[in-house]
Design a protein around this ligand. Structure first.
Ligand SMILES: [Zn+2]
Length: 403
C-alpha cells in the first residue's frame, strides 16, 4: 500500500505502537460552517475526523521523542501510518504482513462525541465478492443455449436467506447485487454479488463464510455456471486490554477533557439545535452512553468512566486485528457535538473547527502520558502482556484475508 508507512524513534524494549489514521470519505467535502457548503463540490471530506487521529498521534510521537532524549529513556516509539480504515483494509493488510508482530503494546484514539476510555468490543466482519460466469445467449430465440450467471446469484441469495435461520443470533449477513447483467433479452453470462458477514467473534464469521462458499458452489452447480470469490476485507473483533485501558483512564483524568470555550459551544449548538432528543439518544445509545453524557450539551466536557466490559458495539474497527496480536488500548475524545451522526458533512465541518483541534491536542497529551508511563515502568507492560496471554488462551492470530 503506497500510502502506508512506519516511522520509529529510540531502540529496544518496550516497543510501543501508535496507530495513526488519515483517510477521508467521498462526497463529504465541507467548509467550517453549519450549513452545507463544500470546499469542492462532490469532493472528499474528513467526515470521520481521521485527520485528527493521525496528526494527534504525530504530536504524541514528537513529544515523546524529545522527552526520551532528555530523560534518556529506553524503548522504541513506532508510528504506524494506517490508510483506508473506512474500507476496513489498511491495518488487516499490514497485520497480514506481520508489521505489528514485534510490538509490546499498541494504542490509538478516535475523536467522538464523548470523552471515555473504551472497554467494549466491536464486531468482526468479512467482506467477500462472489462472481459467477455463465454462457450468454438470445433470451427469446435460444435460451436453451444460455447458462445464466444472474440465476446463480439469485439462487445463492435464496440459499443465504435460508442459512439465516441456522446461524447464531448475533450474526449479520448483508448483500447487494453489484452486477446483474445488462439487458433482459440476453442471458447474463457475468454476475456478481457482494456479501458482508458480521458477528461478535471472528471465528464465527469464518464459520459462516465457509458455509456461504458451499452455497455459492451449490448455486453454480444448479445453474451450470462457475463461481470464484474475492475477499475484500476481513477484520477481527476488538479486544481491549484492561491494564492498558486503566492506564489510559489515569492519564485522561490527569490531562482532563478538552477545554472548550463559548465560541466552540456556540458553533456546536448550531448542530445540536437541529437534532431531536430521540435522534440524539439513538446515536449515543450505540456508544452505551448514559443520560448524563447525552445531556451534557452541546459538547461533552467531562471524563466519563464507563462500565462496558463484555458489551459489543454494533460496528467494526479495522484495528481489531492489531488487538488480536498485541495488548491494545483505545479512547474517545470529544471533538464533535453530543449526538452528531457519523460520516456526515457536519462531522467534516467540526474536523476543521477549533473543537476538533482542541480534541486532537488533548488526545496527543493523554497518549503521550500513557506511553511515558509504560516507558518509565516496564512492569505495566509486563502486566498488560500477561493479561493478553490469558485472554488469548493459546490462540494465535491468523489473517482472515486468505492467501
Ligand atoms: Zn472513524
Amino acid at each position: 500500500m503506497p500510502t502506508a508507512f512506519i516511522a520509529e524513534y529510540g531502540s529496544g524494549y518496550p516497543v510501543i505502537g501508535l496507530l495513526g489514521e488519515y483517510d477521508a470519505l467521498p462526497g463529504l467535502s465541507q467548509k467550517v460552517c453549519a450549513e452545507k457548503n463544500p470546499v469542492e463540490e462532490g469532493g472528499n471530506g474528513h467526515g470521520c475526523e481521521h485527520n485528527l487521529i493521525g496528526t494527534g498521534l504525530v504530536g504524541t510521537a514528537v513529544a515523546l521523542q524529545e522527552t526520551m532524549r532528555r530523560e534518556k529513556l529506553a524503548g522504541t516509539i513506532r508510528y504506524y501510518g494506517c490508510p483506508a480504515e473506512e474500507q476496513l483494509i489498511g491495518k488487516p493488510m499490514m497485520a497480514k504482513e506481520g508489521v505489528f508482530d514485534d510490538l509490546d503494546i499498541a494504542l490509538s484514539w478516535h475523536p467522538e462525541k464523548l470523552n471515555q476510555v473504551i472497554q467494549y468490543s466491536s464486531l468482526a466482519v468479512k467482506s467477500v465478492k462472489f462472481r459467477f460466469k455463465g454462457i450468454s445467449a438470445h433470451a427469446a430465440m435460444a435460451p436453451q443455449l444460455g447458462r445464466s450467471a444472474l440465476d446463480a446469484v439469485e439462487i445463492m441469495n435464496v440459499g443465504a436467506n435460508y442459512l439465516r435461520e441456522h446461524v447464531v443470533d448475533t450474526a449479520r449477513i448483508h448483500y447487494v447485487i453489484t452486477n446483474g447483467g445488462k439487458v433482459p433479452n440476453a442471458v447474463p453470462d457475468d454476475a456478481e454479488v457482494w456479501y458482508m458477514i458480521r458477528d461478535q467473534k471472528q471465528s464465527m464469521v469464518e464459520e459462516i463464510t465457509e458455509r456461504l462458499y458451499k452455497i455459492a458452489e451449490g448455486a453454480a452447480l444448479i445453474t451450470e455456471t462457475s463461481v470464484s470469490h474475492k475477499i475484500l476485507s476481513s477484520c477481527y473483533e476488538m479486544i481491549i486490554n484492561p491494564e492498558v485501558s486503566e492506564l489510559i483512564y489515569k492519564n485522561m483524568e490527569e490531562v482532563g477533557a478538552p477545554e472548550f470555550d463559548d465560541e466552540d459551544r456556540e458553533f456546536a449548538r448550531q448542530f445540536t439545535d437541529q437534532m431531536s432528543e430521540e435522534a440524539r439518544k439513538e446515536v449515543m445509545d450505540s456508544y452505551f452512553a448514559p443520560k448524563e453524557v447525552r445531556d451534557n450539551l452541546p459538547l461533552h466536557d467531562k471524563i466519563y468512566k464507563p462500565d462496558d466490559w463484555g458489551k459489543v458495539m454494533p460496528g467494526t474497527f479495522d484495528h481489531g486485528d492489531v488487538s488480536n496480536i498485541v495488548p491494545f488500548g483505545y479512547m474517545f475524545i470529544a471533538g464533535l457535538p453530543v449526538g452528531m451522526p457519523g460520516h456526515t458533512w457536519q462531522v467534516t465541518a467540526c474536523a476543521g473547527a477549533d473543537m476538533g483541534i482542541k480534541a486532537m491536542m488533548c488526545a496527543a497529551k493523554i497518549m503521550a502520558g500513557t506511553v511515558y508511563d509504560l516507558l518509565q515502568d516496564n512492569t505495566l507492560v509486563e502486566r498488560a502482556k500477561a493479561s493478553f496471554e490469558k485472554e488469548m488462551n493459546g490462540r494465535k492470530y491468523v489473517s482472515g484475508l486468505g492467501d
